[in-house]
Design a protein around this ligand. Structure first.
Ligand SMILES: Nc1ncnc2c1ncn2[C@@H]1O[C@H](COP(=O)(O)OP(=O)(O)OP(=O)(O)O)[C@@H](O)[C@H]1O
Length: 312
């Protein structure tokens, strides 16, 4: 869906993106993470055609963003970290204006307004001005304007910043809904745990370079025959006792208290069953075993090497 090749971007006297090459698969939701100044916003702006790179190429659906920015904008929605709203337009007018700006005919634009307002829970607020909206409602309006033309790709720069827990949870639900409709999303955030709910891929930048990029998944990249499971115990055991029973190499997280152990176990059911039987015989009080997906945090901490394909 998005192909980036040898992308270099420089601000005067500073190289912000230093040779980025990767592919973002269609239908994926990519968590874009990295420390302050890593280049996240710059990359999103380059993808949106708002910055002209020094060299390299970004293609969205095969279209060169730098060469044909207008055509790409038909397929792309972008929400900046410091987004602005049309303060003199009501919510309904703002949405219609955004639709018209994206090239929709007047009737199509007017028809989209209630659809998007419904999707973003803005229907009761259509006649309000942005100044009469809460932070979360303003955020929803900005996202509404970004998706009014039903883009295939949506780029969101820190969309959850400043939102309360309820608004964050609404945002997560909305992003899941957009993904279910087939949209490809890239979402930057500093809060890794909130990305867990909806992200399928992780892209970590550092110093303008790709530190790691790949799918978040249940299987280990370096040992695909292993899959992540949560093991629930009927009673908590002292760590020394657990260590005596469970091979430390298979442990991702020892849990503790009521927390389950996170283990890399054989993906093959028969092998897993044999192992479990062995543990139960040895006295491990197994109460449940559930397949897990690696979290954004776990993946980030493991700092997996970058693969050019991006979707190992
Ligand atoms: N207009 C500018 N002029 C010069 N340097 C800039 C400009 N904008 C950003 N930079 C620099 O480029 C680098 C990348 O900035 P960018 O905003 O893309 O990082 P980021 O990962 O989004 O950071 P944050 O997490 O703080 O938002 C930083 O070192 C920053 O100081």
């Amino acid at each position: 869906m998005i192909a980036i090749t040898d992308l270099i971007f420089e601000y005067p006297g500073h190289r912000a993106l230093d040779g980025i090459s990767l592919e973002i698969p269609a239908g994926s939701v990519t968590a874009l993470v990295g420390p302050n100044g890593a280049g996240k916003s710059t990359l999103l702006r380059c993808l949106a055609g708002l910055e002209q790179p020094l060299s390299g190429q970004v293609r969205v659906r095969g279209i060169d963003v730098a060469a044909q920015p207008r055509q790409v904008h038909r397929y792309l929605g972008y929400l900046s970290d410091f987004f602005g709203l049309y303060e003199r337009l009501t919510v309904a007018q703002g949405l219609e204006y955004a639709a018209r700006a994206m090239g929709l005919e007047r009737h199509a634009a007017q028809a989209r307004v209630p659809q998007v307002a419904q999707q973003l829970d803005l229907l009761p607020l259509l006649e309000r001005l942005p100044s009469q909206l809460s932070r979360g409602q303003r955020q929803r309006l900005a996202i509404g304007q970004a998706i009014i033309h039903q883009p295939a790709v949506l780029l969101l720069d820190e969309p959850a910043s400043g939102l309360d827990p309820e608004a964050r949870s609404d945002l997560a639900a909305l992003l899941r809904q957009l993904q279910a409709q087939g949209m490809t999303l890239i979402v930057s955030s500093h809060i890794l745990s909130e990305l867990d709910e909806y992200c399928t891929h992780l892209l970590a930048l550092r110093g303008g370079q790709v530190e790691s990029h790949g799918a978040l998944r249940a299987n280990r990249d370096d040992a695909p025959q292993l899959q992540l499971f949560a093991l629930e115990l009927g009673q908590s055991l002292p760590l020394e006792q657990l260590r005596a029973l469970v091979d430390a190499d298979s442990v991702q997280d020892w849990g503790g208290g009521d927390q389950p152990l996170l283990l890399w176990l054989p993906a093959a059911a028969a092998q897993r069953a044999a192992l479990l039987m062995q543990w139960v015989r040895a006295g491990l009080p197994v109460a449940g075993l559930y397949p897990q997906r690696e979290s954004v945090q776990q993946r980030y901490i493991r700092r997996l090497p970058h693969t050019k394909e991006g979707a190992p």
